[in-house]
Write a protein that binds this ligand. Structure first.
Ligand code: NAD
Length: 492
């Protein structure tokens, strides 16, 4: 057997190969590479190096910082095909998704931050206090600890690195243990292309390494994307030192179809929104609510279109959705569907494991599930969607918001006023009208309620990675200012 490729950590300028864990190809279930396994000592070393590198990075002019990031974008773009292939092999995503979606979109995101850092916003300098000039500076935070999930490994890494680096910080990043490959490659490409060493450090491992990052005295901010459960733990770990946190957590997105919608468009939209990335997407449509009058028409068409989704090897042409990321994830998804079946919930499509190697799971549609059932309440994170009904707008709002999550949702209607009312009433960070999923580097992504705190992407994200400082200049040069009288009295 050929020797397996080994992926090391990247700490400062060094490739560090301590420890070894197997990486499994989700399409075959076979080990395809190994990855280093980091420890608390590696976190200590990485944070120390990042702290030093950050000091110099923060002194660069905005133009210089921007130029360095844009050069990194070019280097990543030159390797984008290779990155896409690695991402597909490591995570099971169809190649068309990584080639046309994840990798170019992430690079666009980094380019956006490289540009927008040159025009930072705040109140204009001026005499807010008589005789003084106030101005705003946006300072970097220092070393940012970033922790990412397995569903969009490269994209999530860039969503953290882009604003953090643009704002003048250094980063110690921990990818998910099972999908570290493209984050490691990103850091290696950065070093090879001359990006300053020590600004992007990758320490691999699981919860233990993540907790070491969160509790290290010199990580001043923790930027986390992952489950709500882990997000709550991160907030706990960060609180004793009052570290800043951004938490991009789970979702259970509603997809609300009114009878006055273009039902054919809604059915197409539902297929794309429910099964994208095999449903392992925090904004995926998971709770479809359809108004009674359009219910049968929508459901029949949705089932028809869902049957046409091709589940297959990520590298085969024509594959729409690949395997789930791991056997653990597949068993979790299977468990939710079996539980629903036992509760008498109708499985209108799918729900059976295919007899093939790899962690495949078919598009699955559950119908008329009680609102308190786990398949409606909890994140399944697979190609499984519930289709339920509602009678009027008030009920639609109630159902859409009937969840602890609040990341994203959509409303389908051709009535403009209704679309306006619904988009205001839905408690989620993104509301789409007559579509579901598209996002833009310039626009924010982040949740309401237990879907998190803070924003990824957009200028709002850049703000998250800066500390706002008020600098006050005396304009007059007088030794005794009028306000001194409150302490010294009039006489002195
Ligand atoms: P997860 O919470 O299990 O793990 C996420 C990361 O946290 C991994 O790197 C993991 O090793 C690390 N981790 C686990 N325990 C930790 C601890 N105690 N301390 C520090 N780090 C720890 O999530 P996952 O299963 O990898 O990813 C799927 C989840 O991510 C879903 O809930 C999904 O909705 C969410 N997600 C959210 C967004 C968003 O933008 N809101 C985007 C993508 C994924």
């Amino acid at each position: 057997m050929d020797k397996l490729i080994h992926y090391p950590m990247v700490i400062g300028e060094e490739l560090v190969s301590t420890g070894s864990e197997d990486l499994v190809d989700p399409a075959t279930g076979q080990v395809f590479a190994t990855v280093a396994l980091g420890s608390k000592a590696d976190v200590d070393q990485a944070v120390g190096i990042a702290k030093q590198a950050q000091v110099t990075w923060a002194t660069l002019s905005y133009g210089e910082r921007s130029a360095a990031l844009l050069k990194l974008c070019d280097a990543l773009e030159a390797k984008s095909e290779e990155l896409a292939r690695l991402e597909s092999q490591n995570s099971g995503k169809p190649l068309k998704l990584t080639v046309e979606g994840d990798i170019p979109f992430a690079i666009d995101n980094l380019r956006y931050f490289a540009s927008v850092l040159r025009r930072q916003e705040g109140a204009a300098a001026g005499s807010y206090i008589g005789g003084y000039t106030s101005m705003i500076r946006r300072e970097p935070i220092g070393v940012v600890g970033a922790i990412t999930p397995w569903n969009y490994p490269f994209m999530m890494a860039i969503w953290k690195l882009g604003p953090a680096l643009a704002a003048g910080n250094a980063v110690v990043i921990k990818p998910a243990p099972n999908t570290p490959v493209t984050t490691i490659e990103l850091a290696k490409i950065a070093l090879d292309s001359g990006f300053p060493a020590g600004l992007i450090n990758v320490v691999t491992g699981g919860a233990e390494v993540g907790e070491a990052i969160c509790t290290h005295p010199n990580t001043r901010m923790i930027s986390f994307t992952g489950s709500t459960r882990t997000g709550k733990r991160i907030a706990e770990l960060a609180s004793p030192m009052v570290k800043r946190v951004t938490l991009e957590l789970g979702g259970k997105a509603p997809f609300v179809v009114f009878a006055d919608a273009d039902v054919e468009a809604a059915a197409h939209g539902a297929v794309a929104a429910s099964y994208v990335n095999s449903g392992q997407d925090c904004t995926a449509a998971t709770r479809i609510y359809v108004q009674n009058e359009a219910f049968d028409q929508f459901l029949n068409r949705f089932i028809d279109l869902s049957k046409q989704v091709k589940v297959g090897n990520p590298f085969e042409e024509g594959t729409d959705i690949g395997p789930l990321v791991s056997e653990t994830q597949r068993l979790k998804v299977k468990g939710y569907v079996e539980e629903a079946r036992q509760q008498g919930i109708k499985v209108a499509l799918g729900g059976e494991l295919p007899e093939s190697e790899g962690f495949y799971y078919p598009p699955t549609i559950l119908v008329d599930a009680p609102e308190d059932s786990n398949c409606v309440r909890e994140e399944i994170f697979g190609p499984v969607v519930v289709v339920n009904r509602f009678s009027d707008e008030a009920e639609a709002i109630k159902l859409a918001n009937n969840t602890p999550y609040g990341l994203a949702g959509s409303v389908w209607t051709l009535n403009v006023q209704r679309a306006m009312r619904m988009s205001a009433a839905m408690e989620c960070g993104t509301v789409w009208v007559n579509d579901h999923i598209p996002i833009a580097s310039e626009m924010p992504h982040g949740g309401f309620k237990e879907s998190g705190i803070g924003k990824d992407m957009s200028y709002y994200a850049l703000e998250e990675y800066t500390v706002v400082k008020h600098v006050v200049f005396d304009n007059t040069g007088e030794q005794r200012k009028p306000w001194h009288a409150v302490v010294l009295g009039e006489a002195n």
